[in-house]
Ligand binder design. Structure first.
Ligand SMILES: C[S@@+](CC[C@H](N)C(=O)[O-])C[C@H]1O[C@@H](n2cnc3c(N)ncnc32)[C@H](O)[C@@H]1O
Length: 333
């Protein structure tokens, strides 16, 4: 949690001491929390406060090393210590054990402390020094966490999203590129009884599918997309590619759509309601560049790529205000 600076805050605010030192402490705090999560320290304290001897025995760690770590965690606000007993704080108890946010935290810890190692190389050369999806494929547990984060987010958004996408009231076909878990396709098929959907994604990302939702393993950059679709979803896909790649992909999507068919794009914008969201979007953008040669694009830039489409609509999502749904209709050519 943010370090309480107390009387020191004015010194940093007036630039009489380097506030990057506070960032260094914040990074140390985050790394200590990562160590505690990976060692199972928070989980071990879920029921009762424990002495360091009991805690070390429970998590299978060295007593002295664990005492030094837990003392740091007390300083950073993740644990309390009283009469030799360590306990969770409201932060660690609510968010870092058995909460969906714990998955998010474990994912980002690994990204920042492992995958960001070569970030200077990416920036120097202008090419990602890591292939994010290859990096994920080598880490099945991390890959599961990534998919679970996407799935939870999609579950939260699907009911708001589905009615915003125009689907013809007749037997219709939808293609969900990079649709992974299939949550959005499933929601649309539930809303439109004569719709069938194909979700195209890497095999490791595909969910179970369901009634009228077919899972197709493949690579949307290389494989034939087919033709005659009424709707193509590109949800959280364009941010994973450079602008030129997105323009090429949108041209192929236009070819895959029937005349009058609709492309629906879900993306983060660059603006956000609060400073933490703005900071996250910039962090996310750097991560996308480093691992995929993508970035968080301005919504105007995305709509400028829709040269084969008419009638663009842009909707800011209520349940996820940093994200926009863009729909557009394929031109009759
Ligand atoms: C950020 S996720 C978005 C998942 C889903 N559309 C959503 O919004 O929750 C991007 C998805 O695209 C898939 N993907 C990335 N590149 C791909 C490619 N070349 N071919 C197929 N799938 C790809 C990933 O496996 C991942 O499931």
């Amino acid at each position: 949690m943010p370090i309480e600076l107390g009387d020191d805050s004015a010194v940093f605010a007036n630039n009489e001491a380097p506030s990057s030192f506070v960032d260094m402490l914040g990074t140390a705090a985050y790394r200590c929390a990562a160590a505690a999560m990976r060692l199972g320290v928070f989980r071990a304290l879920q029921q009762d406060a424990l002495s360091i001897v009991s805690l070390a025995a429970t998590v299978g760690a060295d007593e002295r090393g664990l005492r030094i770590l837990t003392d740091a965690l007390v300083g950073f606000g993740y644990l309390t210590e009283s009469a030799g007993l360590y306990a969770l704080t409201p932060l660690s108890s609510k968010w870092l054990v058995d909460s969906p946010y714990a998955t998010v935290e474990l994912f980002w810890q690994q990204v920042m402390f492992e995958m960001w190692d070569g970030i200077e190389e990416s920036v120097r050369t202008g090419k990602p020094s890591v292939d994010f999806y290859a990096w994920l494929a080598a880490r099945p547990e991390t890959s599961r966490r990534f998919q679970s984060m996407l799935d939870s987010h999609a579950q939260m958004l699907a009911t708001e999203m589905a009615p915003l996408i125009p689907v013809p009231p007749r037997p219709a076909r939808l293609l969900d590129l990079g649709g992974g878990h299939g949550r959005y396709s499933t929601a649309l098929c539930s809303l439109h009884p004569s719709l069938t959907a194909t979700v195209l994604d890497y095999p490791s990302a595909l969910g179970a599918g369901g009634p009228r939702v077919t899972m197709r393993p493949g690579d949307y950059l290389r494989d034939d997309l087919g033709t005659g679709y009424d709707v193509v979803l590109l949800f959280n896909v364009l941010h994973g590619h450079p602008a030129s790649g997105n323009q090429a992909l949108l041209a192929r999507v236009a070819d895959a759509l029937a005349p009058g068919g609709v492309v629906a794009i879900l993306e983060h914008g660059r603006d956000a309601p609060g400073p933490a969201d703005v900071a996250f979007l910039r962090t996310f953008s750097l991560n996308l560049f480093h691992g995929q040669n993508g970035e968080v694009y301005a919504i105007d830039e995305i709509t400028s790529w829709l040269t084969a489409f008419d009638q663009p609509t842009i909707t800011r999502l209520r349940k996820s205000p940093t994200q926009y749904l863009i729909t557009a209709v394929r031109q009759n050519r």
